[in-house]
Write a protein that binds this ligand. Sequence first.
Ligand SMILES: [Zn+2]
Length: 329
Amino acid sequence: MFSYDTRCLMSRKTLRKVLAYDLGGTKIHVGVVNSDGQVLEAIRAPVAVAQGKKAVFEQLARLGNHFLEKHPEIRRVGVASAGPLDPKRGVLLDPTNLAKSADPKEAWGQVPLAKDLGKMLNRRVELENDAAASILAEHWLGKARGYENAMILTLGTGLGTGIIANGELVRSGRCLHPEAGHIIIRAGDRSALCGCGNYGCAEAYLSGRNFARRNAPKLGRPELTGKEITALARKRDRQALAAFDEYAEMMAAAVYSYTVIYCPEIIVFTGSFAAASPFFLPKVRKLLEPMMKRRREGIDLLPTLTVSSLRNKAGLLGGAFVALNDRNL
Ligand SMILES: [Zn+2]
């Protein structure tokens, strides 16, 4: 079994430092983190996705080497990346959110990131799915600390999901990551095209990017960001509030499905769009209660819904956790 010891870092006495990356479809976050979970220094930058794979690798090496020159004693590197990927072999498996466009000619295909970046940095590199890394970080330092069963939903370019059940990181078959953002919650909805090519996936409604794409025309604008729609909702714009009502309904459907499958005690929301949670989370809670009514006897399966306290550092801290974990020693 390819797994992490989720308790190992708490028992360590000597402080160590690692280099960590959080590589998303829009932004990259790189920094030096110690084994107490303190980010000593870090940089956030837009990812060079539009320039293609080679440019992204050059960017990863440039940013990493900047820190390694200052901290030459660092031996280990952890990368939390948008997937899909194979953490065991350290290989990206045609990551759709890192490709320049949906054109198959721009597809990355299989990329041995751990090996290639390892050579560029002259260090051992571990690769993990960003949502898996985020739930490991939440379990280590954040709101999921002390819970044996927890889930994270990352609301950004996509809808990432990471789960810890019975104290262990959940892997799907073949060691792959549970891509629960792609469960279909409204079959055949031609208004909701997902990046994976299907219609009606949870991600097609719930990622910050898709929420904005879906609702900008309804608000009479060709383009709006999730942040801009949130600002309109804050001014009590009727259409923006209606957009969040639909969002809450779709989120409740997704959360219900995740709850009956994974039974988390707590669900942590993170990612840039989690900042909009005051406009949907109370309604999700309200919708979920009657849906879960028959699942509260004996073991109460209604999860606590909360927003991450790690301030968009969960991916970076998760990358650090992966590099620091005893599995790699
Ligand atoms: Zn999908």
